[in-house]
Design a protein around this ligand. Structure first.
Ligand code: MRU
Length: 344
């Protein structure tokens, strides 16, 4: 990746995103020219990943205030963006921060101040990614000694999900840059298949990786083929319980059963000290068509959707699950590596 943030950037008084609903099949950049377009981009997962959702919402406030920077408009934009996705606390963190920066700014200066604050959020996320990478590299080096390391990840917590090098993938990129022999097990992450995004990212950076079906993870751990698991997070409660993409909990249980270290990598903005434990984390329930339809490329090269089950089939599609702190070996933030049960 380049340092210019391919996932999200300002272009005049618009925002340009890398539309992730087209990946890994084609690289399509989308111009967002209204508050509604930004809200749709977050809700429909054109942008996704907790830190990127937060930064995009911040830019959404700036887009909303271009012509009308009144307190009413600020409130309206905040309310619309806040309800786009419920679990990633970075969304609320970024909107709270925009509100704090803008509420006492005179309306005639508010638009410029909004762009400035959104850029600051983006830059700080990139810096946090860099620090997470270095702290995570320390963890990996301790685990590896001089041998090759096989790391498993779930979902996509790489540069596509952030404004920098990613969270869970940042230590992997740092290990690669340090000349470490590292290989990554990438779980598919049904139903949205964010693992395909991870495979695409790692391929572009030349990191050796292998795509697996989610159900393969247990066998790989049981047969001694996994040295560590690193995942990202959407919200970490004060006691260390961690919400991340559904399927994370199963990997944590399995890692514990086989004595494999299980790390969560996330910026401070993902920690919700107002939420005492995992039971307070809202879990997003998404449309059942994410299970009933498969996205892919048709024989004519165009993207298409394939129905794999009848529209009347009942579904249950929580986007996230919660891993109890007791299953987490450590939480890697920009400030260091913390025991999950001692975040305070
Ligand atoms: O539904 P998504 O794709 O937004 O979920 C993403 C995840 O669960 C990531 O692991 C998490 O947001 C961390 S991204 C650095």
């Amino acid at each position: 990746m380049s340092d210019s943030c391919p996932t999200l950037r300002r272009d005049g008084d618009h925002v340009v995103i890398l539309d992730q609903t087209h990946l890994p099949y084609r690289e399509h950049y989308r111009r967002l020219d209204s508050l509604e377009a930004v809200a749709t981009a977050i809700r429909d997962m054109q942008v996704r990943g907790a830190p990127l959702i937060g930064a995009t919402a911040a830019f959404g406030i700036a887009v909303a205030l271009r012509q009308d920077a009144s307190a009413t408009r600020l409130h309206e934009a905040d309310a619309l963006l806040r309800q786009t996705r419920p679990t990633a606390v970075n969304l609320h963190w970024a909107l709270d921060r925009m509100h704090a920066a803008l509420q006492s700014t005179p309306p005639q200066q508010r638009s410029a101040a909004a762009w400035h604050e959104a850029e600051a959020i983006r830059a700080e996320d990139a810096a946090a990614n860099g620090a997470i990478g270095q702290h995570g590299l320390g963890v990996l080096e301790t685990l590896a000694g001089n041998r090759p390391l096989r790391v498993m990840t779930h979902c996509n917590a790489g540069w596509l999900a952030t404004c920098g090098h990613g969270t869970a993938l940042a230590p992997i990129y740092a290990a690669q840059a340090a000349g470490r022999d590292i290989q990554v097990w990438v779980s598919e992450t049904r139903p949205r298949n964010q693992g395909l995004l991870t495979a695409w990212e790692l391929a572009r950076s030349g990191v050796p990786h292998t795509l697996i079906a989610d159900n393969t993870a247990g066998w790989l751990m049981a047969s001694g083929q996994v040295d560590a698991v690193i995942v990202g997070a959407d919200r970490i409660a004060a006691n260390g319980d961690t919400a991340n993409k559904v399927g994370t909990y199963l990997k944590a249980l399995c890692a514990r059963a086989h004595g494999i270290p299980f790390y969560v990598a996330a910026p401070r903005s993902t920690i919700d000290m107002a939420c005492p434990d995992g039971t307070g984390i809202p879990i997003e329930e998404r449309d059942g068509d994410e299970l009933r339809l498969l996205n892919g490329v048709l024989p004519d090269g165009e993207m298409g959707r394939l129905r794999i089950v009848d529209a009347t089939t009942s579904t249950c599609n929580p986007a996230f699950d919660v891993t109890p702190a007791g299953l987490i070996t450590g939480i890697i933030t920009e400030h260091g590596v913390h025991p999950a049960n001692a975040l305070g």
